[in-house]
Design a protein around this ligand. Sequence first.
Ligand SMILES: Cc1cc2nc3c(=O)[nH]c(=O)nc-3n(C[C@H](O)[C@H](O)[C@H](O)COP(=O)(O)OP(=O)(O)OC[C@H]3O[C@@H](n4cnc5c(N)ncnc54)[C@H](O)[C@@H]3O)c2cc1C
Length: 408
Amino acid sequence: MSITARLLGSAVSHWGEDPWARGSWSLIGRHGTPQDRIALGAPAGERLRIAGEATHATRAGMTHGAYEKGAEAARWAADLGHSRVAVVGAGMAGLGAARTLAERGVQARIFEARDRIGGRTAGVDVAGSGFDLGANWLQQYDENVLARLAEQLGLTVVVTDFNDPLVLAGPPVPENLEDELRKRLAVAAPDAGIADVIDDWLRDPAPWTADEIHRLVDAEIVMDTGAPLGWLSARYGFEPGVGEGDRWIVGGYRLLTEHLAGGLDIRLHQAIERIRIEDDRVVLNDEHEADAVIVTAPLPVLAAGTIAFDPPLPPAHRDALTRLGAGRVEKVILRFDQRFWPAHGYYRVHGPERTSISEWLDATEADGTPTLVGLFAGHWLGTLWAGTDAEIAERAAEIIRRAVPGPR
Ligand SMILES: Cc1cc2nc3c(=O)[nH]c(=O)nc-3n(C[C@H](O)[C@H](O)[C@H](O)COP(=O)(O)OP(=O)(O)OC[C@H]3O[C@@H](n4cnc5c(N)ncnc54)[C@H](O)[C@@H]3O)c2cc1C
């Protein structure tokens, strides 16, 4: 039976190649611990502090964690009596910092490298509707400061049950397998990688099969991290967040970021390359002066040395940058002329190769148009992400067309 559903619009993310992101979200490598996140976010003297999602010990990799750390750094600067604070980056952490500074009567100016605010939240229009190419969900909903803001603003949010995806290609992962994985990771050697634990398990997989274990790892770890399993810490690399009441925002995260940016002094197209800390001031790019600076550039951007600090960051901060890292998960938004997939809300598709995993959010009912948001990690990033965005979108569409059983 031929597949007739046609693509009417699409959008494709490129977080891995983006010089202001260099990956999707921060992770703990095999030589790291959550203490590295705390070390990175500790004040470096009285005029410099790094904030951003990577510095949150329990809410890393998430927008509300980023916002909280930005706000915390702002309170630190205000408590020290600084009256002019520069903020590098207009993502959630930078917006949280600048708003909190403004509330405390401190003059805040944000310097943002891109031509837009939002950072790794990125609204995009596809065939007339707003979607997210970056963060999609308000995670840990009950204790999420941005969820409270979404409620105040009266935004429409939709629940996703990550614990109950409809598995479109192949059998679902058996129950209890995730518990077994978590048990094995918890007792791994302190500097073991997740690959070490999986290799060990695969030597004696009974009562499960090797294939079931691979599928579990693809679904739970490859999809959630987008990182090489040999690098990712066995003990700490599988951090909390997903599956704790997640809801996505109809119309996208920009409904939040645009509100948060209201009234703030934000300078776009202002990439900060040099930060000099002097006895009585900080100077950015030899040009902009402030009493203190809060830096929210993503961890891999800092690790790449994009910003030269004078004096250099303290050793504990530099060490943390080497033990943390980032994975790569990319998204494709596909608007079709008709819905050909079953109504469920969230889908998982295992491809033919190891780590060829994708998951799909159905936005059809909330948006009123047949739209899927696909998340891709592992093997697919090497094979799908080539050529034009239209070609990538068409290849992604083919994966979901093939995965849906029955005639269309
Ligand atoms: C595909 C994808 C899906 C995600 N899904 C979710 C989700 O569903 N829920 C969730 O909670 N989180 C999700 N996340 C993670 C979330 O987007 C991030 O954790 C969060 O947005 C990070 O905020 P931040 O302020 O720390 O960093 P960013 O948002 O990256 O902001 C940093 C800002 O600094 C700017 N910058 C960098 N270098 C410089 C420089 N030298 N000078 C000036 N400006 C600079 C950048 O342009 C950027 O705007 C997802 C991320 C991705 C990529």
